[in-house]
Write a protein that binds this ligand. Structure first.
Ligand code: GLN
Length: 188
């Protein structure tokens, strides 16, 4: 049976994730309001976008608490960019934390205005070299014990895994490299 992935679809780059996951044989189910949470998916995607807007909609719709429970119960999660901000336990330059299930400290818009968006290539542990797209990206300033660092760029952590949570500063859904999405599907 196809794995069923719940994709947070309230704002941001959810369609790109869905296209990639469908190409890999998964079924995607958009999460927009409480009614969409009735059936529990096998995995969860938190896309890039604007974390403050996503957080506000999660709170107002009532979806924040049930999705947080799914993650705490061990549902595999792939989070990119704004999604990483939503998962972070701490933010160093903002008070608006959301799920707080990932024991790391994240800096929002960490690359500043000058370097708002850029593409680079770096090694990702267990995967190999990857082209990485950064779009007004956060990076990870501190990781707690038990968090595996998967990638670093210019001395900053940009990808981590903690048990079933895979979180990235960059955007693998932009482009054609499906290896991180494949790794995510294998976590189920
Ligand atoms: N700058 C955005 C935020 O703080 C994240 C950017 C992104 O997801 N591409 O939410």
């Amino acid at each position: 049976m196809a794995k069923r992935i719940g994709v947070l679809a309230v704002q941001g780059a959810f369609a790109e994730h869905e296209a990639m996951l469908r190409a890999l044989g998964a079924a995607c189910h958009e999460l927009r309001n409480m009614a969409d949470l009735e059936e529990k998916p096998d995995g969860l995607v938190l896309p890039g976008g604007e974390s403050t807007v996503q957080r506000k909609i999660l709170m107002e719709s009532g979806m924040l608490a049930p999705i947080k429970s799914w993650i705490e119960e061990g549902m595999p999660v792939l989070a990119t960019c704004a999604g990483l901000i939503l998962l972070a336990e701490y933010l160093s330059n903002d008070t608006r934390t959301c799920f707080r299930t990932l024991p790391v400290t994240v800096r929002r818009n960490a690359y500043g205005r000058q370097l708002g968006s850029f593409v680079t290539e770096a090694e990702v542990r267990h995967i190999g070299r990857m082209r990485q797209n950064f779009i007004r990206a956060p990076y990870i300033e501190q990781v707690s014990p038990g968090v595996e660092v998967l990638s670093e760029t210019d001395g900053h952590v940009t990808a981590v895994r903690h048990d079933h949570q895979l979180a990235l500063s960059f955007h693998p859904e932009v482009g054609h490299d499906t290896r991180l999405h494949e790794a995510f599907l294998q976590m189920m």
